[in-house]
Design a protein around this ligand. Structure first.
Ligand code: B12
Length: 210
């Protein structure tokens, strides 16, 4: 069994086979992060089928169920760092309810010693501002997978600026299609399109090294 078999079973939405392959790969000593990355690649392929009209919303829903099943098996296998690193307020921005990637980033960041205050999904700018004021985090992490989410991210950064809090917190954005351009557009400090890189960048922003 290989990661390619896993991707193939996932794209074909064969839940039973996916979970069986994941168990086998873990037993064979495969790195949990590679398994999650393979599943992420599978969802990108599923997204393409959705765009081509070959899959519908029900298939996206089913894909997220399969991913949650994989996470239940894989996340407890992540190695844990005990040293406290910093505090992150995290949420999926207003108008967006995608949270699989956010939850993976949360698990990775917690494993790296970060304390996470998770605001959930569809979080309006004023709730992010309130949480930054209340918790004084080192970092604010915003997740968004929809194109319209970039507008919500930008509004949140502006709301923090208006509240006089922008200079008190580092901001990282994440989600499938964020890049350098989106970072500049929204006014964030960093971006990451995978959880491992996100944790590395969070550490770097706090001067802890990658
Ligand atoms: C599963 C899924 C859903 C599920 C979500 C379930 C859930 N609880 O999350 C459901 C069915 C609900 C859904 C709904 C919709 N979806 Co949808 N969905 C997907 C799909 C197939 C997979 C997303 C996913 O979970 N990927 C796996 C995770 C692990 O990857 P990830 O999110 O990128 O996360 C990684 C990194 O980005 C990073 N990361 C993520 N967050 C953060 C945060 C921080 C701070 C950091 C540092 C890092 C980080 O770490 C993660 C791990 O490495 C994508 C396809 C795709 N290409 O992504 C479409 C996709 C995102 N959806 C899409 C659409 C259009 C919709 C709907 C509008 C469909 C509709 N007609 O109703 C609705 C929108 C609902 C809403 N208001 O949000 C489009 C978006 C197009 C666009 N450009 O705007 C996509 C791209 C599909 C497509 N190709 O058309 N969807």
């Amino acid at each position: 069994m290989s990661l390619e078999d896993l991707i193939d079973a996932f794209v074909n939405l064969d839940e039973e086979k996916v979970l069986r392959i994941v168990e086998i790969l873990l037993r064979e000593g495969k790195d949990p992060t590679e398994i999650l990355e393979a599943c992420r690649r599978a969802t990108a392929l599923i997204g393409e089928r959705f765009e081509r009209g070959e899959y519908f919303l029900s298939e996206l829903v089913f894909a997220s169920e399969i991913f949650n099943g994989v996470m239940r098996i894989v996340l407890p296998e992540l190695k844990r760092e005990v040293k406290p690193t910093g505090k992150i307020v995290l949420g999926t921005v207003q108008g967006d309810i995608h949270d699989i990637g956010k939850n993976i980033f949360k698990a990775f960041a917690e494993a790296a010693g970060f304390r996470i205050i998770d605001l959930g999904v569809d979080v309006p700018p004023e709730r992010f501002v309130e949480a930054v004021r209340t918790h004084s985090p080192d970092i604010l992490g915003m997740s968004g997978l929809l194109t319209i989410s970039y507008e919500s991210m930008k509004k949140t950064v502006e709301a923090l600026r208006e509240a006089g809090l922008r200079d008190k917190v580092k901001i990282i954005i994440g989600g499938g299609r964020v890049d350098e351009y989106v970072k500049r557009y929204t006014g964030a400090d960093e971006w990451a399109d995978n959880a491992m890189l996100g944790v590395k960048k969070c550490r770097e922003m706090l001067g802890l090294g990658g």
